[in-house]
Design a protein around this ligand. Structure first.
Ligand SMILES: CC(C)(COP(=O)(O)OP(=O)(O)OC[C@H]1O[C@@H](n2cnc3c(N)ncnc32)[C@H](O)[C@@H]1OP(=O)(O)O)[C@@H](O)C(=O)NCCC(=O)NCCS
Length: 374
């Protein structure tokens, strides 16, 4: 029996397996999908192309891409039984929670182990439809059926609004989806892989992943970034605002990362995308808050290497795409459906139950239950 291994809190510095999907180079600030740096994808690849890359290992040929686009478009419609569930949800359920509930039921008895590519394509294609129907229902609007000739991101915006989106917004959202498509062993992917390791199905893993994504230390930060920008209000107020927040020992949303000890490479690209899609005044405010936050973090936490993360300009880009804050984390989830599918398939291909141990620090054994108490 090997000696038990004690590891760092939060599993920092712990490597729990191998993956051929995504390289997160935390020290140098790199992110690579199946050998393609994200810089080599933005401006060239479509989200559907990246779906093929992440799930099949290589970029599609032109005919494979056309086939995948058509296949995903065909899968967008949701079953009537699932559509009937949308109005049955409590009226104020947050969209992320609603999506989690709807995906729980989406398998309709066909969500079996091991996961399949087919199940993954259904998930990727149908999650946007479910979310759009839920949001429209909550606004008292009828659902908008998907349009097969629109790409994945453009169709999502179309199903939300009922009118085709501006090209600029559709492109920005597509690039956002590409940049958030996968990210190694983050908390939601770890949750999904743990669930899959019990031989549970893909949708069960995705439900666990969505639960993990919700918190602000993972995917729940971007709406709080927008709140922070509102609270600062004016670029001239940025310095005083961030210093006061750090003085109250608050965390600045959109900064710091477990893996990146330099700037998050997604933040670099999202800043450029924000320049194309964001309202100029909002962008100027974001740039001022970023500058002030980086300086204040350097002064307040000199030992820590805290930089801008994906959520900071992610929020600015999603605002520019016209999404409300309640849809920021759900939009992250839509992007990540492909990464979660890739990890589910990889986990199942070489599975062993994930089951670490925990060191017991409770009362010593031998206590007696009090007499007269059931
Ligand atoms: C992302 C995050 C959870 C990573 O956390 P982590 O690797 O576990 O780092 P820790 O929570 O151990 O923080 C290390 C130190 O840096 C500080 N720190 C980290 N991020 C900070 C932030 N955004 N604002 C202020 N201080 C921060 C912590 O207070 C801690 O300081 P201390 O040692 O003096 O107590 C963390 O940086 C964070 O909370 N960021 C804000 C939320 C956010 O943007 N989430 C989206 C992530 S993509």
């Amino acid at each position: 029996m090997p000696e038990p291994l004690q590891v760092d809190r939060g599993l920092e510095h712990v490597v729990v397996g191998s993956s051929g999907i995504t390289l997160v180079a935390g020290e140098t600030g790199g992110l690579v999908y199946r050998g393609f740096s994200i810089d080599a994808l933005i401006g060239k690849a479509s989200y559907e192309g990246v779906v093929h890359l992440l799930l099949q290992g290589d970029p599609p040929s032109p005919s494979e891409l056309a086939g995948l686009r058509a296949d995903l478009a065909r899968r967008r419609a949701i079953a009537p039984a699932l559509a009937h569930l949308v109005p049955a949800l409590p009226p104020k359920v947050p969209p992320l929670d609603g999506l989690r509930t709807l995906l729980s039921a989406a398998g309709n008895g066909r969500a079996t182990y091991p996961p399949t590519l087919d199940q993954g394509y259904d998930l990727i294609a149908q999650a946007p439809t479910l979310l759009a129907q839920l949001v429209r229902h909550q606004a008292g609007q009828a659902p908008v059926p998907p349009r097969p000739e629109l790409g994945h991101a453009a169709n999502f915006l179309y199903m939300l609004r009922g009118t085709p989106p501006e090209e600029r917004q559709a492109r920005a959202l597509e690039d956002y989806f590409i940049l958030l498509a996968d990210h190694g062993m983050n908390a939601s992917t770890f949750a999904l892989r743990t669930v899959l390791s019990t031989q549970a199905d893909l949708l069960s893993g995705v439900v666990a992943a969505l639960a993990a994504l919700k918190g602000p230390l993972h995917g729940g930060a971007p709406a709080k970034v927008s709140d922070m920008l509102d609270a600062v209000g004016d670029p001239a107020a940025a310095e005083a605002w961030v210093r006061a927040a750090l003085g109250r020992r608050e965390r600045l949303m959109g900064f710091g990362h477990r893996a990146y000890k330099t700037e998050d490479p997604r933040a670099v690209l999202l800043r450029q995308i924000a320049e194309r899609v964001a309202d100029p005044d909002r962008l100027a405010l974001a740039l001022a808050v970023e500058r002030a936050a980086l300086a204040a973090l350097r002064a307040a936490k000199p030992g820590q290497r805290l930089f801008t993360n994906v959520e900071f300009y992610g929020a600015v880009v999603l605002e520019g795409c016209g999404l409300p804050r309640s849809l920021f984390t759900p939009a992250f989830a839509l992007a990540r459906t492909v990464g979660w599918t890739a990890h589910a398939l990889e986990q199942a291909a070489d599975n062993r139950l994930i089951r670490p141990d925990i060191h017991y620090t409770g009362a010593p054994a031998g206590r007696e239950w009090p007499a007269g108490v059931a």
